[in-house]
Design a protein around this ligand. Structure first.
Ligand SMILES: Cc1cc2nc3c(=O)[nH]c(=O)nc-3n(C[C@H](O)[C@H](O)[C@H](O)COP(=O)(O)OP(=O)(O)OC[C@H]3O[C@@H](n4cnc5c(N)ncnc54)[C@H](O)[C@@H]3O)c2cc1C
Length: 413
């Protein structure tokens, strides 16, 4: 497929990237050869490596360990960064309006705004539950956990959702061993933990939790979150001193408000990641609704961002655009210091040693995404490496129980 090349008189087409997550920064990184005038907009000053933010709960990582400063990254790439929240997108006039009143024009727009938290119409989520979608939110949960553990009374923690995020959060709370006075309840609306995966994963997580005060309630929904309780679909009420909401991803309302998607839908794209609803608009990452459905995953977002950049180059050169072909990769689901699952299609295995793989993916991906050169990049790499050996390697090496646990390996069916 070819789109109309941009006017020859325009030496550097103006590319506006909305969102500095995985898709946005990988797209920006591929456009750093100075043939485009690129501006990236994000409401936050940092890129955040979301797949590892659960480790903030136990202190294995600090918010700064999972962040890259977007202004520094864009400067290193030769681009501009604007910290602001996108208020509206007007594809017909090729304009984007920000919350500070600024209007930005574009030749090409890359929408990489990720997802918002799905709340399924449950009331009280925003007011009384802790969301799990940013490093700052995980830091707030970590503070609350420490406060509860410092009190003499028994405290109840409720994790709503036993998908990957809910399970990883639970594992991290259990990383320090028996969590003192805490009792944890995990609610899942579907029939098993880690829904839509082999049943063996549910059994594996339950067996790792046997020594701990953890109760699992599957087939159970939350109806309303209150300050100190969760009202269940069954009519019962659970007292809860800390409610963690891991509802999964939902489309940002901005997509439909801008005419890029139907209400409450992801933004549909063709095989080239070009919007079906607007000219010169590409959608990458979680926001995109591909012709065939695809899991909302970081590595897909990175690949989509790069694919969009290649297609922008193809348009300006008048050459053929490249279809986006997702390349499935195994998924690693960590469970604190107790275990880790590798899931590849229908095949799954559980072993604590696999968590070294998850850490390696984090270290390598952060290093690849970080476009700063020289001493800054080396210093960050070193700090992350020291932290990893201090918080992950040494606690295992120094504990005979943890060391023995490393030999456990099981295929999960
Ligand atoms: C807790 C958690 C754990 C996860 N674990 C894994 C995992 O183990 N493996 C895996 O592959 N994937 C995992 N994912 C999914 C993965 O993180 C996402 O698929 C990926 O982040 C999508 O990238 P993206 O660039 O589309 O969106 P994001 O990375 O979410 O980036 C979107 C960016 O847009 C910005 N933004 C949004 N709205 C606005 C606005 N109105 N104005 C300005 N800026 C805005 C946001 O601030 C953000 O920086 C996890 C996600 C979460 C939340």
């Amino acid at each position: 497929m070819r789109l109309k090349p941009v006017q020859k008189s325009k030496s550097r087409p103006n590319v506006l990237i909305l969102g500095g997550g995985f898709a946005g920064i990988s797209c920006a990184g591929q456009l750093s050869d100075h043939s485009f005038d690129v501006c990236l907009v994000d409401q936050k000053p940092h890129f955040e490596f979301l797949p590892n933010i659960h480790e903030i709960l136990s202190g294995v990582k600090r918010p700064k360990d999972v962040r890259l400063n977007l202004a520094d990254q864009m400067t290193a790439m030769g681009h501009r960064f604007k910290q602001a929240s996108v208020q509206s997108i007007a594809p017909e006039s090729k304009q984007v309006t920000l919350d500070d009143g600024t209007t930005l024009r574009y030749d090409f727009l890359v929408v990489a705004l990720g997802a918002v938290d799905a709340n399924y119409g449950v009331t009280g989520v925003d007011a009384h539950a802790f969301s799990f979608k940013s490093a700052a939110q995980c830091d707030a949960i970590s503070d609350r956990l420490r406060t509860l553990q410092a009190t003499a009374e028994a405290s109840r923690v409720t994790i709503i959702g036993a998908g990957i995020t809910g399970v990883e959060a639970l594992g991290e709370i259990l990383r320090q061993g028996t969590p003192g006075n805490l009792k944890i309840t995990v609610l899942e609306a579907q029939t098993q933990l880690l829904p839509n995966s082999p049943k063996g994963l549910d059994n594996y997580i339950r067996s790792l939790c046997e020594p701990y005060p953890v109760e699992f309630r599957c087939n159970e929904t939350a109806q309303r979150i209150r300050q100190k309780s969760v009202l269940l679909g069954s009519g019962k009420s659970l007292s809860s001193d800390l409610t963690i909401w891991t509802g999964g991803p939902a489309p940002a309302p901005l997509l439909s408000q801008s005419g890029l998607a139907k209400p409450a839908s992801w933004a549909p794209v063709d095989d080239y990641l070009h919007s079906l609803h607007a000219d010169d608009v590409f959608i990458a990452g979680d926001s995109a609704d591909l012709p065939s459905s695809l899991a909302k995953q970081a590595y897909h977002a990175i690949d989509m961002g790069e694919n969009v950049a290649q297609n922008l180059k193809a348009i300006t050169e008048g050459s053929k655009m490249k279809r986006y072909r997702p390349s499935p990769k195994p998924q690693l689901i960590s469970f604190g210091g107790l275990g880790c699952i590798m899931l590849a299609g229908k095949w799954a295995a559980g072993a604590p040693l696999l968590s070294a793989g998850k850490e390696a993916v984090f270290e390598v991906a952060m290093a690849q995404l970080d476009r700063q050169g020289g001493p800054e990049k080396a210093a960050l790499l070193l700090k992350r490496g020291i932290r990893a050996s201090d918080k992950l390697l040494w606690p295992v090496v120094m504990s005979p129980t943890a060391l023995l646990r490393q030999k456990n390996f099981q295929v999960l069916r």
